[in-house]
Unconditional design. Structure first.
Length: 48
């Protein structure tokens, strides 16, 4: 394996790690789309 091939592999691995981190950030944002507020339980009790 040449030095340039090894550099390409390292760059690809770094890119994969960056993309995985970005994916996790986006997935956590979609799961936590709305923040839970203290008033939520109060409003739920009042409407129910």
């Amino acid at each position: 394996m040449t030095v340039s091939e090894q550099k390409q592999i390292v760059q690809m691995q770094q890119k994969i790690e960056e993309m995985n981190a970005e994916l996790q950030r986006l997935e956590s944002r979609s799961r936590n789309e709305f923040e839970s507020l203290e008033t939520d339980s109060f409003l739920n009790e009042m409407y129910n």
